[in-house]
Design a protein around this ligand. Sequence first.
Ligand SMILES: Cc1ncc(COP(=O)(O)O)c(C=O)c1O
Length: 381
Amino acid sequence: MTKICSKLPETGTTIFSVMSQLAAEHKALNLSQGFPDFPVDPQLIELIYRAMKDGYNQYAPMPGLPALREAIAQKNEKTYGRSYDANTEITITAGATQGLHAAISALVHPGDEVIIFVPAYDSYKPAVELNGGKVVEIPLEAPDFEPDWDRVRAAISEKTRMILINTPHNPTGTIWSKSDMHELEKVTSDTDIIVLSDEVYEHIVFDGNEHWSAARFDGLAERSITVSSFGKTFHATGWKVGYLCAPAHLMTEIRKVHQYVVFSVNTSVQMALSQYLQKDSNWTNLPDFYQKKRDAFRGSLTESKFKPLACSGTYFQLCDYSQISDESELEFAKRLTAEHGIAAIPISVFYPEIKNQNLLRFCFAKNDRTLEEAAIALNKI
Ligand SMILES: Cc1ncc(COP(=O)(O)O)c(C=O)c1O
């Protein structure tokens, strides 16, 4: 057998694939992976169909269809008061994951340090390590999972190249406040640190709270790449279309990587999205839509032994199961799937070293019927 030296020796199959496969094997309700089980707006499907019939079937320009980049520029202006140049500062990517990877590959050099907050979405670390970077982890402590700015200040060194943030936060459902973003602005001012701001749940924020995008702060916008996902915003995770916004000098470098990883992204979907973005309510209705689901799911657990933690954003609900079991999160998640027909994600897998806090993450981007069935099963445990 040919000898190879793994570039990612410690990386296995992502937990999302593992739990989704287990859910399928046991015919369990899949509240593990973060995708909706309800349909995409038929109007958007119709727009794609029309775009295909109108001939939008060949390569799009490398940074994305101009009409879509223009629509995103207008949306950013309206939503965050920041004007990004559609030609030089916005790039359409194959989902947020590829955007994150392109940004990290373009900007992190061997030996550079990248600060991430754990628990963290699992694509960040391998992307940094593949590029020879070193991840410096800062814990977010339960139950509030708020960033500790003294720890951030202590973690910054002359090797710090990037700080990777994620708000609203997967898996904890927390959001960063305006004052957190000001702190970030302060700790990065007068440095060459780049902020990579994963904002894929930007439109899923509850209880009248605002999403404090890095784009809203002058001192951050000049050093930040914001990452968005149409999959999350328009209930179409399978299309894998997202985008990055960043100042031109950063975007120029990112596009050098992007062009040789995917070159360009699904043209007809881009065309349809450019038209769908013309109607603000297609995304401004999202907080209300998901808040109803969050409230229904949490409400259905009031009598159960699962204790929901606060959830201010995203479509994930953390639940404490310590009244039921002291098994590890992974063992309990597997047993919940096999014996009770509910798949969830152990949050221990979002930490560098397995840490058991008796917390599982449930995705509530599901039909009301699915959530009701899940609640019946969870209430019996
Ligand atoms: C925090 C976070 N970032 C990025 C992604 C990936 O988004 P996309 O499907 O657009 O690649 C996800 C998906 O679950 C996520 O939760």
